[in-house]
Design a protein. Structure first.
Length: 364
């Protein structure tokens, strides 16, 4: 690993405010200058290919049958950062509104309790356009999120990552994605399906064009049926799951799978592994300083994001070796830092008292 990358990613794990080149230089007592770290962040663009090169040996050491590829995106909000093609406005499904920040699509491989990012794409809104009615200038991506989704699957497949399942939520249930997984890489998937999608309940109904909205189907909780989703040639298993929200209200989740052999309980058990990527999102934000970079250039912002993912990988490897989760490791580091600061303060106070006593004696 590049020595500067190694040190910078350690810095991202150990610091708890803003990750700056000056702050890093101060931490290492000037042994690495502010300018040198700035040149590193503004040097070669580091991305998904370099992440795989870094983590490949560790993946090979833990991979096993039954693994799952989990893909999802997350927005790191940066409301006060200058806008560019990375730091711009994206629609947040969690908030139901547009927010300003960086949108990251990640692919992690999961084996038992081990979750490792093996690829990612930063959503670049590199095309500017003007709305006809409002004349307002907006941004859009030249590559769609679903295209990025398939590219990440292709990378994992071509890198010979060992996995059996592809898991994603309903925002990635597009026809092209399902056909790519089923027909091209020939893997099993369990992916959410929106309730307004239409399905046929038999091949005969499909040929007749007799389709029904998923939400209109008379399904019980945990019930599964064989369906043909409109526009897709192969049959799928559709499963309904009723859950209770934190506020006590009921919600309904529909998932679909090209696995027609296993029952609903088994498939839902596998699908629950998808929540591992939510822990990943939380950790890169809180433990790997994803949002902590004050840099304003696209290149340095992209390389900071790459470094945050490498920092997550370091935490995951430490978790494996120490049986301690990311948040506990971060807490321990901050506790040690606070203890060192506290002891230094006591030392300064003692020194002050000694100097004061000496001054008082001289005045006697």
């Amino acid at each position: 690993m590049n020595n500067l990358l190694d040190l910078y990613t350690d810095y991202l794990i150990s610091q708890n405010k803003y990750a700056t080149s000056t702050g890093f230089s101060d931490l290492v007592n000037g042994s690495i200058s502010h300018d040198k770290m700035t040149r590193f962040l503004n040097g070669k663009l580091l991305g998904s290919k370099e992440l795989w090169g870094y983590i490949k040996p560790e993946v090979r050491s833990v991979e096993k049958g039954g693994g799952a590829l989990i893909l999802d995106d997350s927005i790191q909000e940066k409301p006060y950062t200058d806008e560019n093609e990375i730091m711009c406005w994206h629609y947040s499904h969690a908030k139901g509104m547009h927010v300003k920040g960086a949108n990251l699509l990640s692919c992690i491989v999961q084996y038992d309790d081990i979750s490792i990012p093996i690829g990612y794409e930063i959503i670049h809104k590199d095309v500017s356009y003007s709305e006809i009615e409002t004349k307002k200038v907006k941004r859009k991506s030249s590559i769609t999120k679903n295209e990025h989704f398939r590219n990440l699957l292709s990378q994992a497949y071509n890198n010979k990552v060992l996995f059996e399942w592809v898991l994603a939520d309903n925002w990635f249930g597009a026809k092209e994605n399902l056909e790519y997984i089923n027909n091209v890489i020939k893997k099993k998937f369990i992916i959410g399906i929106k309730s307004n999608r239409t399905v046929a309940l038999s091949e005969k109904e499909k040929l007749k064009g007799d389709f029904t909205k998923v939400s209109k189907l008379d399904l019980e909780d945990d019930q599964s049926i064989k369906v043909w989703v409109k526009g897709i040639d192969f049959a799928l298993q559709l499963i309904k799951k009723v859950f209770t929200n934190e506020d006590g209200s009921k919600g309904v989740l529909y998932i679909m799978s090209n696995d027609l052999k296993h029952d609903a309980d088994y498939l839902y058990m596998i699908y629950q592994k998808r929540w591992k990527i939510e822990l990943y999102h939380k950790s890169i934000k809180q433990n790997a300083s994803l949002a902590a970079s004050p840099t304003k250039r696209v290149l340095s912002q992209a390389n900071h994001i790459f470094s945050s993912l490498v920092a997550f990988c370091k935490l995951e490897l430490l978790k494996i070796k120490t049986a301690t989760n990311h948040f506990a490791i971060k807490h321990l580091l901050l506790l040690k830092a606070n203890q060192a600061a506290f002891l230094e303060l006591q030392s300064l106070k003692n020194l002050y008292q000694i100097l004061k006593q000496e001054k008082d004696l001289m005045q006697v």
